[in-house]
Design a protein around this ligand. Structure first.
Ligand code: ASP
Length: 337
């Protein structure tokens, strides 16, 4: 809402002029639903419409919270929960299958104002892993919980628990069968590395800055199709898949986790902003296109800065994404061009 102040016009008459408070008007949210080989040719108009509608619903839900003066933390959680509940995305319901035919979910969250963070890895019965990540941050003395211990904590905190089959979808099951045929022996490292992107990608995430200038980031995923031996990707690793710092930026990543972990992607981009004073476009493009792409690290990130700027670079064919900045309508996109 704009305030009015009294100003004296040249002629000496008093007139009302809008006093735009930049701090008050600055807020923004961006979300993603995974990057990968997503092309127009591989999409039907119906499916494309479903993805766009769900992305819009999620970004609008987060935006509504920010518009009312709510916290960025609440906005990113609201957006991610909508994507977790949708079978379209590889997070929550619709998560990919492990080699053994189960679902193991990872998630993390970070508060840019306090630099507090929470993460969970390999949970199997928690309906909303992002809600559990928040519980870890706010109500445990730790940053990251995994497996059975994380489930125990979820139960203790009264979160919704479901049977692992709740996360089942036919399309992800078929993807596991195709993946197994291609890999053959699960220990064949080269066959794994040569798998098409569709098996390594998919995650949801949100970043936001609220009217108070606070940043937050959240990421939730089922990980890689056919993952084994308790594999954990970048999504629950603070600094790799998620980062938020009011003095630089907030990031949620999606991509081949083995690369995002080793290149510490989310923290690297924000460190460039903080210490090299780069803008988020320069920092994000450098890491995604000049650092990751040459070594084969595929994926992308969504970035928001304290001024409400948004950048969403990726080095794949597409990335499900949407953004909404103060006073604007939602922009939803899928493909590179
Ligand atoms: N980063 C996720 C992982 O490696 C997957 C993805 O975002 O596509 O588990």
């Amino acid at each position: 809402m704009k305030r009015h102040i009294l100003t004296t016009a040249l002629a000496g008459t008093l007139v009302l002029a809008p006093a735009v408070s930049l701090a008050e008007e600055t807020f923004a949210i961006a979300i993603h639903g995974g990057a990968g080989t997503i092309t127009r040719e591989s999409m039907t108009p119906e499916r494309e419409a479903q993805y766009k509608a769900k992305l819009k619903e999620a970004v609008d839900a987060g935006y509504a919270i920010l518009e009312q003066g709510g916290a960025s933390m609440d906005a990113v959680i609201a957006a991610v929960k909508i994507l977790e509940d949708s079978p379209l995305f590889n997070a929550g319901r619709g998560a990919v299958y492990t080699w053994e035919g189960q679902h193991e979910l990872d998630a993390s969250i970070m508060n840019g104002a306090t630099l507090e963070a929470g993460a969970v890895a390999s949970v199997t019965t928690v309906k909303s892993p992002i809600a559990l990540a928040r519980e870890v941050m706010e109500n445990s003395p730790h940053v990251m919980l995994s497996g059975a211990g994380a489930e125990m904590f979820a139960k203790q905190q009264g979160l919704d628990l479901v049977d692992n089959s709740y996360f089942n979808t036919k399309s992800r099951y078929e993807a596991l069968q195709r993946m197994k045929e291609q890999v053959g022996n699960p220990q064949d490292k080269t066959a794994w590395q040569q798998l098409p992107e569709e098996y390594k990608h998919g995650t949801v995430g949100a970043v936001a800055v609220d009217k108070h200038g606070n940043l937050a980031a959240a990421t939730s995923t089922g990980g890689m199709t056919g993952k084994r031996w308790g594999r954990v990707g970048d999504s629950p690793i603070i600094g790799a898949g998620t980062w938020a710092d009011n003095s630089s930026c907030a990031i949620s990543a999606t991509g081949h986790g083995e690369y995002f972990i080793r290149f510490h992607v989310a923290a690297d981009i924000c460190a460039r902003v903080k210490y090299l004073h780069q803008d988020i476009v320069t920092a994000g493009d450098t890491v995604i296109h000049d650092v990751l792409a040459p070594v084969g690290g595929t994926g992308g990130v969504i970035i928001v800065d304290p001024q409400g700027q948004v950048h969403m670079p990726f080095n794949t064919e597409g990335m499900y994404r949407a953004k909404r900045q103060a006073g604007q309508t939602a922009e939803v996109a899928i493909y590179k061009n």
